[in-house]
Design a protein around this ligand. Sequence first.
Ligand SMILES: *Cc1c(COP(=O)(O)O)cnc(C)c1O
Length: 483
Amino acid sequence: MKKNRARLELSKNTMKTYGYRVVDAIVDHLTTQHQKLPVAIGSREEMDSLFLEEAPEKGMEPNQVLDFVLEKVMTNSTNLSHPKAYSFVPGPSNYVSVMADALATGYNIFSGGWVASPAAAELEIITIQWLLKLFGFPKKKGGGIFTSGGSMANLTALATARRIKCGDDFSKAVIYLSDQAHSSNIKAIRVLGFKKEQIRIIPTDIELKFAVNKLKNCIAKDRLDGLHPFCLIATSGTTNTGTVDPLNELAAICKQENIWFHIDGAYGAVAYLSEKGRPLMKGMTKADSLTVDPHKWFFQPYEMGCLLVRNHKHLSHTFTEKPEYLRDIEGNPSEINFYDHGIQLTRRFRALKFYMSLKTFGLKEFRDAITYNIELAEEVESILRTSKNWEVVFPATLAVINFRYHPIKDKYSENELDAINQYISESVVSSRKALLVTTLLHGQVVLRMCLINPRTTLDDVKETLAQCNQFANEFLEQNKVAH
Ligand SMILES: *Cc1c(COP(=O)(O)O)cnc(C)c1O
C-alpha cells in the first residue's frame, strides 16, 4: 500500500488554527459590517481578472487560500445582512444559526431518513410542529418540510396540489395566481410541465390585492369550457408591497370549488408572529399549504425555506417512492423519512439552525424583532409623509415601504419623476453606501425599502434618505429639468 495515500486531511493543529481563523473572520465581519459598504460592484471582466484559472493540479498552503478568499471573494459580494441593505428581501441572519450550519456541515449529517439520523429527523419533526402551531395549522394532522428556499417550497407545494387534486392526468388542470405573485410560482408551474394555456394570471385591484370578482368569473368560464380549476396561489405579503391578499374570501372560493389553496408567505407570513402583523393575515390558517422562508424574516442564514401542509399525508402521497436500495430504512410511520416528503433524498440538516436559534433567543425575541421592523417602516412612512420632497406611493405594509421623490412645489411629468427616481437609486447603489433599488407600481418607478433587518436603525434610514435628497438635487441641476 502507498504510504502517503490521499486522504484530503489537514493536521489536527492546522485544522484548529484554520477553523479559529474562519470564526474570527466571521465575527470581525459581523461586528464591523455597519462601518463597511454593503454593495459590491464588479463586471465579469473584473471578476475574471481576479479568479480565472485552470483547476490547480497541485494544492497550496491552506492559509494562503483562506487569505485570498477573505480578501477577494468576501469583499466582492454584496452584504444583504448589512443594516443599509434595503432591497430585494434582505437576509438579516443570526450568528447562532451560522454556527449551527457549521456544526451541521462539520458533522456532515445526512438529513434524509430516520435510520441515518434519528435526531436530525426528530428535530425537523419538532421544529415543523413549532411552525405549524405558530401559524395556526393543525399540529397532529399537519406536516411540512424544510427546503432550500421559498422557490423550492412553492414547487413542492404545487407538485403536491397537482398530485392530490389531479392524480396522473392534468391535461385539463388550470391554476390561478395574481399579477403580484412571486415569479418563483410561474417558474414552478413551468418546471411541472403545465402549458401556458393552463395558467391564469388575474390582475390585481387598485390596492394590488387579488381581485376576487375577476377570479370568480375566470373560474366559472373555465368550468364552462370543461376545464379543471385545481389550484390557487395567494400571497401573504407580496414581495413588492407587502400586500396580503383577501385570504378569507379566497379560502371560501377554494373550498366551494374544491381548489387547492396555496399561500406563498415566503416574504410576509412570519409577521403572523407579531401582534402587529397577525390581524392583516386573517384566513392564512385556512390554506392547504403555506410557504414560509426562514432565511428572510425569520433571521436564518441561507439556505432555508419551509413548506407547511394542512395534511401531512398529502406530502407522502406525492413524494414516496420505494426503490429496492431504500427498503432497509423504511422504519415505522411515525419515524418520518423526509426524503418521502419532498424532492431531495440527500439533504443538509437545516432544522438544526432553526432549533438552536429559537432555543437560544426564544420566540419572544423573534416576535419583538419582527414588531420592531413593522414599526420602523411605519416611522419611515411618517417621516416621508411630512417632508416636502417625498411621496408615499404605497404605505408601510409588513415592513415594506414604497416611495418616490416628488416635491410638492415643482411640477414634473411622470417621465421626469421616473428618471429622477431611477437616477437616485442608481446613484445610491453606485456609491455602494446602501442597497436601494426601484420597482414598478402602477407603471411608476418607485424606491422600495424592505426593512426586515432588526439591526437597521431609524438613523440608518435617515442617512440614506439624505443621500437620496442629495442625488435628486444633483440630477435636477445637471438636467435642468424645467419646472
Ligand atoms: C423571496 C420570495 C420567494 C422565493 O424564495 P427564495 O427563497 O428566494 O427561493 C417566493 N415568494 C415570495 C413572495 C418571495 O418574497
